[in-house]
Design a protein around this ligand. Structure first.
Ligand SMILES: Cc1cc2nc3c(=O)[nH]c(=O)nc-3n(C[C@H](O)[C@H](O)[C@H](O)COP(=O)(O)OP(=O)(O)OC[C@H]3O[C@@H](n4cnc5c(N)ncnc54)[C@H](O)[C@@H]3O)c2cc1C
Length: 496
């Protein structure tokens, strides 16, 4: 119900949320996610109304917080927007949306300056100017960074920019999440700074694959490493920066140096073992130039969005930049939308209200958590094995089948333990989302019958000009989600 205390004028532009005690809360803007995109947007719209930021872990826990290399932007007179555009389009294998690329490369410098004005502190050179690093695929030094912890600095500055009382945590208690322990990224800024890749016989191999050698875009480097590993039957290659002065290495990569040292590896004196790893998803919810989607009032920015900037492969350090640009672009249109729209008090009853699985026996819950954990590992290994760096139609089809089976078995396991379609829990929601993303990635990969950018498929190893179009997948072409499947089965009286 709309509280009486809220005036008609104000209630015309509010959204509604309910907490677990059925208390209804009203906000002008609801932001999902507290990474760079969510926080930058929230900071701006909070000048125009009330904002709820919904996030699934601690406020700083996000991909943003782990970003190392930096933010790319044209900030030096010898660089140009055209050059940044060209590098983005070449890395994206000519699948980028040129208008989006122009917008991002043009507006990028102002967005970075705003971030500095908000309080983000980036590295400066001896000349007192911003230190601009270089990364793979960039033809100029244009990476603004805070040593090798750029994302952490951006998160810190953005969170601090909110009034302390503004970030009151009103959510359910969440166990503090552990730092991600399973893998540690070594930014490609190490290659940009002169790092060299060797196979285990200490043979430098990148020049054999691409004239840009270690500075080739990441899809080329990943495929080259993959080729070396397969040909030589080895598990890793070596990345060496130890020929650079120790002080320089420690100044540029203090975090990487310290983390490697924890494992007994001193990057200032010896090479470190590395393998390619997925740490970004190209593609997402289709968005226009203001971050608008085909759902009225829903705007997207950052990694969740598909704006057309990255095309078939993201240029290093263009992701934080894209998030900053689109978070800002979505501000005015969403304010306009909020002002124009009226509150639909029935909207909150349109969906079945989610419930926490408190009615389940604790041993059933333990079993569900364990099964979800192992299912997640299994899904990851299917994706790595069959949908990885080098693909084939038959392996993608195998993946499609295996994912379908795995999902069905997992769902059945849960429902046999009294899990209900409207129940929500962090691990189960993530699992559902991972299945959804995995299916989208496989469908997109099967739909592209050519090799372009990060999508390399053995059956169609070449670029084909006639296929240089974005892949768009409509929800109807995907299989039903679990809850609708299960609800459907329940309605039909089918045994679970
Ligand atoms: C190790 C690593 C290094 C990287 N280095 C760089 C780099 O140097 N330069 C660069 O440009 N990019 C880099 N990237 C990519 C970049 O960090 C991300 O693309 C970018 O930070 C995305 O910002 P975002 O705000 O869109 O999303 P995120 O920072 O991922 O934030 C998403 C937010 O949404 C929340 N959330 C997610 N799902 C839900 C849900 N269902 N309900 C509620 N909340 C939810 C999360 O908790 C989080 O707060 C790197 C990524 C990684 C992982």
């Amino acid at each position: 119900p709309v509280p009486k205390s809220i005036s008609a004028a104000r209630s015309a532009r509010i959204l509604c949320l309910q907490d677990s005690n059925s208390n209804t809360k009203y906000f002008d803007f609801v932001v999902v996610g507290s990474g760079v995109a969510g926080l930058r947007y929230a900071l701006e719209v909070s000048k125009h109304g009330s904002v709820a930021i919904i996030t699934k872990a601690e406020p700083h826990e996000s991909n943003t917080n782990y970003a190392q290399g930096g933010v790319s932007a044209v900030l030096c007179p010898s660089d140009s927007v055209e050059s940044h555009m060209q590098d983005t389009i070449v890395a994206g294998a000519y699948l980028c949306d040129e208008e989006t690329v122009r917008v991002v490369c043009t507006e990028g410098p102002d967005r970075v300056k705003e971030l500095i004005a908000i309080g983000a502190s980036f590295d400066h050179g001896d000349d007192g100017k911003l230190h601009l690093a270089r990364e793979g695929g960039h033809s100029h030094n244009r990476i603004v960074h805070a040593a090798d912890m750029t994302g952490r600095e951006i998160e810190r500055a953005l969170l601090k920019a909110f009034h302390p009382t503004a970030l009151a945590d009103e959510g359910l208690p969440i166990k503090p999440t552990n730092r991600r322990e399973n893998a540690f990224l070594i930014t490609e800024a190490v290659r940009g700074d002169g790092g060299i890749l060797y196979n285990q016989s200490m043979q430098r191999f990148m020049p054999l694959y691409d004239e840009r050698a270690e500075l080739a875009p990441r899809d080329v480097v990943a495929r080259s490493i993959d080729d070396q590993l397969k040909k030589r039957g080895e598990k890793y290659v070596l990345l060496d920066i130890s020929h650079k002065p120790r002080e320089q290495i420690l100044a540029h990569f203090p975090n990487i140096a310290a983390e490697c040292l924890r494992y007994g590896l001193d990057i200032t004196s010896s090479p470190v073992p590395v393998v390619p790893a997925a740490h970004y998803m190209c593609g997402g919810i289709r968005a226009g130039l203001q971050g608008e989607t085909n759902v009225k009032g829903l705007y997207v920015a950052g990694e969740v969005a598909c704006t057309g900037l990255h095309g078939a492969n993201r240029l290093a350090s263009n992701s934080l930049l894209e998030a900053l640009v689109f978070a800002r672009r979505a501000v005015q249109p969403s304010i306009d939308h909020m002002t124009r729209s009226s509150l639909d008090i029935h909207a909150s009853t349109m969906w079945t209200r989610p419930v926490l699985p408190t009615s389940l026996e604790s041993h059933a819950m333990q079993e569900i958590l364990f099964r979800t954990k192992t299912t997640r590992v299994e899904l990851q290994s299917i994706m790595w094995e069959y949908v990885g760096i080098v693909r084939s139609t038959s392996r993608l089809k195998t993946a499609e089948w295996k994912i379908g089976e795995l999902e069905a078995e997992w769902e059945e396991f849960l429902f046999r333990r009294e899990w209900k379609p409207m129940m929500v829990g962090l691990q189960a929601c993530e699992m559902k989302n991972l299945f959804c993303c995995a299916k989208l990635v496989v469908s997109s990969a099967l739909a592209r019958q050519e090799s372009r950018g990060l999508h390399y498929i053995e059956d169609f190893p070449f670029l084909e000009e006639s296929k240089r179009k974005p892949t768009i997948i409509f929800p109807t072409s995907l299989k039903l989600t679990w809850s609708s499947q299960q609800a459907h089965k329940l309605a039909a009286g089918a045994p679970l």
